[in-house]
Structures are given as structure tokens and as C-alpha cells.
Design a protein around this ligand. Structure first.
Ligand SMILES: Nc1nc2c(ncn2[C@@H]2O[C@H](COP(=O)(O)OP(=O)(O)OP(=O)(O)O)[C@@H](O)[C@H]2O)c(=O)[nH]1
Ligand SMILES: [Mg+2]
Length: 222
């Protein structure tokens, strides 16, 4: 089999499972997030902050994707939030089958907000639909403002972009306008958030966006 044919088969199998996941999520009435971004951009920190604010309002389940270790799931569990760790043992992204496997034993009708943290990587996760409702790309001021134009796939299909670590702006050479213009150039519909998970700055509008998205989804199902 040629490499191109093999890639097409992998993508189409993934898409079938992603469609199945999405149907299941819709039936359960939950809002599913796929959180992507480079290693260390602050994906888990964002989930921790989100869980702290929203766990009294929405029942949250987190699926953590990592190449190795249970560390990120342990961080979420330390907050009293249910978390499942999926270790890919080498794969640089989650796929829809991995998500389905992670959720096999879960009663999804008890979940209102499902947060999936993808493997830290600015390339591969972009090509794999997991069945999510919202795709969120997390960047940080430590990575350089040119990332959206250098890795456009990540931004192209995202619904929102969180720029994290804005507390570092006085110390790093980072042009926030350049970053946001690059992100918008790739995807003009992108919702932009400026956040610091360390200070908590910008977390409120982000959580409001999630709550409104959940309410909209829930009302649409009636
Ligand atoms: N200064 C600062 N540091 C942050 C912020 N958010 C996260 N960090 C730090 O950045 C590092 C990486 O954060 P994580 O949340 O583990 O990043 P991640 O994207 O989940 O990393 P991987 O799962 O390994 O891809 C940690 O040392 C965090 O404490 C922030 O807003 N400001
Ligand atoms: Mg993480």
C-alpha cells in the first residue's frame, strides 16, 4: 500500500470514529473540548484554573493525553476532579479511537463538560478530529509571536485561541499584536483570550465563554 493511501485510510477511520464520538457526546448533552498546543504552553494549567472556577457549576471530566506518565491526570485529580490518563507510548497526538477507548467505562450522561488535553505538539494533533465541539489552541508568550503563521494548521480549525503566560510580557521579547494578527490571518473567526494561569488574569471571560457555549449546546438539544 502506498504511503498516501495508508494516510488516507488512517484519516478516514479516524473521521468515522470522531463522528461516532460526536453523536455520543451530543446524546449525552455534554460540551467537549479538545485542547491543543505546544509542550509546556500551559494546557494543564488552563484546565486546572478552569476546573477551579467551573466545577461548582458544571460536572467536569478530563481526559489527559501524554506520551508517558500519569502526571497531568494526577494534577487534575488533586483538585477533586475526575481524570483519565491516556498514554500514547510514542504517538505524537490523540486520535478518536484513543478517546473512545478512554471513555469506555464512563457514564457520559453524568458529564457536562468533557475536557480533552491533547499531546503537546504544534503539528500532528491538528489533523485528527476527536469528536469535540470546540477546538482550543493554547499558545504562550514564551514561544514567540510568529507561531500562528508558522503552524497555521493548528489555528485554521480552532474555535478559540488562548494566549497564556501574559504575566511574562515584561520579561520576554513578545509582540502580542503580531501574535493575534497572525492567528486572525489564519482564521478570522478565532476567539482570542489573553490569560495568565499563574495570576488568574483573563480566566473569568474564558470561563464565561465555556459556560455560554455549554448553555447554547444544551438549549440546541431540546
Ligand atoms: N509564568 C507563567 N508560567 C506558567 C503559566 N501557565 C503555566 N505556567 C508554567 O508552565 C509550565 C508548563 O505548564 P503545563 O500546564 O504543565 O503545560 P502543558 O501545556 O500542560 O505541558 P505538556 O502537557 O507537557 O505539553 C509549568 O511550569 C507551569 O507552572 C502562566 O500563566 N505564567
Ligand atoms: Mg499538560
Amino acid at each position: 500500500m502506498s504511503e498516501i493511501k495508508l494516510k488516507k485510510d488512517v484519516r478516514s477511520r479516524n473521521q468515522q470514529q470522531a463522528d461516532t464520538n460526536r453523536r455520543l457526546f451530543r446524546k449525552s448533552g455534554l460540551l467537549a473540548l479538545n485542547i491543543l498546543g505546544s509542550p509546556g504552553s500551559g494546557k494543564t494549567s488552563l484546565i486546572e484554573q478552569t476546573a477551579r472556577r467551573l466545577s461548582s457549576k458544571l460536572r467536569i471530566l478530563v481526559v489527559e493525553g501524554d506520551v508517558e506518565t500519569e502526571r497531568d491526570a494526577d494534577r487534575i485529580r488533586a483538585l477533586g476532579i475526575d481524570a483519565i490518563q491516556f498514554q500514547t507510548h510514542g504517538s505524537c497526538h490523540l486520535d478518536a479511537m484513543m478517546v473512545a477507548q478512554s471513555l469506555q467505562e464512563v457514564k457520559l450522561d453524568k458529564v457536562e463538560l468533557l475536557i480533552i488535553e491533547n499531546v503537546g505538539n504544534l503539528i500532528c494533533p491538528a489533523g485528527f478530529d476527536l469528536g469535540e465541539d470546540l477546538r482550543i489552541v493554547v499558545g504562550s508568550t514564551a514561544e514567540g509571536a510568529d507561531k500562528p503563521i508558522k503552524y497555521p494548521e493548528m489555528y485554521l480549525h480552532a474555535d478559540a485561541c488562548v494566549l497564556n503566560k501574559i504575566d511574562l510580557l515584561p520579561y520576554v521579547d513578545f509582540n502580542i499584536e503580531e501574535f493575534e494578527a497572525g492567528a486572525r490571518q489564519t482564521n478570522e473567526k478565532l476567539r482570542l483570550f489573553r490569560i495568565s494561569c499563574t495570576t488568574g488574569s483573563g480566566i473569568d471571560p474564558w470561563c464565561e465563554y465555556l459556560q455560554n457555549s455549554y448553555t447554547k449546546q444544551h438549549n440546541n438539544m431540546r
